[in-house]
Design a binder for this molecule. Structure first.
Ligand SMILES: CSC[C@@H](O)[C@@H](O)C(=O)COP(=O)(O)O
Length: 370
């Protein structure tokens, strides 16, 4: 995608061929700052502090983090330490574990004699693969928007939560990819952007992306979705996911579940868009089994933004001294999900639906579990 007309990816290699460069998402939408990552510690810190965020981008950053780590210590112990350090950064997005397992298996092969070079090669391939996967999600999902437009004959209203756009991946995004593809085809669209408290990924990042791409959108308070759906102002919801079970339960940013409940009550189709790397084939019950990240209370009690006078400021918005809790994700049960948009097509949110699109992956787990 583009920032101010320049084609941009969220992560790339610097001119020295070793340092990794990422867009610092804690500074958006006010400033576009490229941050260099030069070590394992830098990569882990960038994921933990959400300089980079979004499940697919977390996975690719972890892959590059392993490449940076191999420069420091390419031994067996060095690899194990790097995997452990990166895996501990954020618990919910399974793409992190997926990327690390894939990298560790490839780097552990006896025929690999230069682990550093191989790690950079694999990380770059993973980044390219992510772009292709997300583009395919866009192509499949755009069919839903095309159909909605053909059915209604007017602008299609989509509601999305958090940021599952190109900033959350290497390019294109997941939930926003169908919106980009459909918009580029000329389908008239308007996106309701949930602000997404507490970190405001919707108001800050999704709105930034849509504005850069000249797509009509309106930021709404998180609590507005139900009201908009009751009044027929949402044709469909599309969200991303950080981990989806083999049975179709979808973990995504906190607040997603409430939108799905409102959608069910109002007959509004509710889709999750995700690459197959987000499916945790080992899990069957999302509510019971998906680990939910607890983030600092300060993200709830304080807010960061640009002061009307210019600089970036953090202000306290809560009653001083009151305790706050900050579960960062929730799980939407499969029964509330109309369909799952993947790189291979749209599946029903069920074991059979996902297995039909990904028979090999589903089969491997079945075999492992007997
Ligand atoms: C394509 S990204 C899908 C999800 O990762 C996204 O919806 C989300 O919840 C991101 O959460 P974040 O805490 O900003 O990393």
């Amino acid at each position: 995608m583009n920032i101010d007309g320049c084609p941009t990816r969220t992560i790339r290699l610097a001119a020295d061929g070793e340092t990794v460069e990422v867009i610092d998402q804690t500074r958006l939408p006010h400033e576009v700052v490229v941050r260099p990552l030069a070590s394992l510690a830098d990569a882990a810190e960038a994921i933990r502090t959400m300089v980079v965020r979004g499940a697919p981008l977390i996975g690719v950053t972890a892959a590059y983090g392993l490449a940076l780590a191999m420069r420091e210590d390419a031994s067996e112990a060095g690899l194990a330490h790097a995997v452990e350090t990166l895996a501990a950064t954020r618990p919910t997005a399974v793409n992190l574990r997926w990327a690390l397992d894939r990298m560790a298996a490839a780097l552990g092969r006896p025929e690999v004699n230069d682990r550093t070079a191989e790690a950079y090669r694999l990380a770059a391939a993973m980044a390219d693969e992510d772009v292709e996967t997300c583009r395919a999600i866009g192509v499949h999902g755009a069919a839903l928007l095309r159909e909605a437009h053909a059915r209604t004959g007017r602008e299609v209203n989509v509601l999305t939560h958090c940021n599952a756009g190109w900033l959350a991946t290497v390019d294109w995004g997941t939930a926003l990819a169908p919106i980009y593809v459909a918009h580029d085809e000329g389908i008239p669209l308007h996106v309701w952007v949930d602000e997404t408290r507490p970190r405001n990924q919707g108001a800050a990042l999704t709105a930034f992306e849509l504005r850069q791409h000249s797509i009509r959108h309106t930021i709404v308070a998180d609590n507005a979705g139900g009201h908009l759906m009751q009044h027929g102002r949402v044709d469909l919801c599309i969200v991303g996911s950080d981990r989806t079970t083999a049975t179709g339960d979808v973990a995504n940013k906190i607040g997603t579940y409430l939108k799905a409940l409102a959608a069910k009550d109002n007959g509004v189709p509710f889709y999750a868009a995700l690459p197959s790397s987000t499916i945790d084939w080992t899990l069957a019950d999302g509510v019971a089994e998906i680990p939910i990240e607890e983030r600092p209370a300060r993200e709830v009690t304080h807010m960061t933004g640009r002061a009307e006078t210019g600089g970036i400021v953090t202000v306290e918005i809560a009653s001083p001294g009151s305790p706050a809790a900050n579960p960062a994700f929730d799980v939407t049960p499969a029964r509330l999900v109309t369909g799952i948009i993947t790189e291979r097509g749209i599946a029903s949110a069920s074991t059979a639906g996902l297995a039909a699109l990904f028979p090999r992956e589903a089969g491997r787990v079945k075999a492992r579990h007997g």
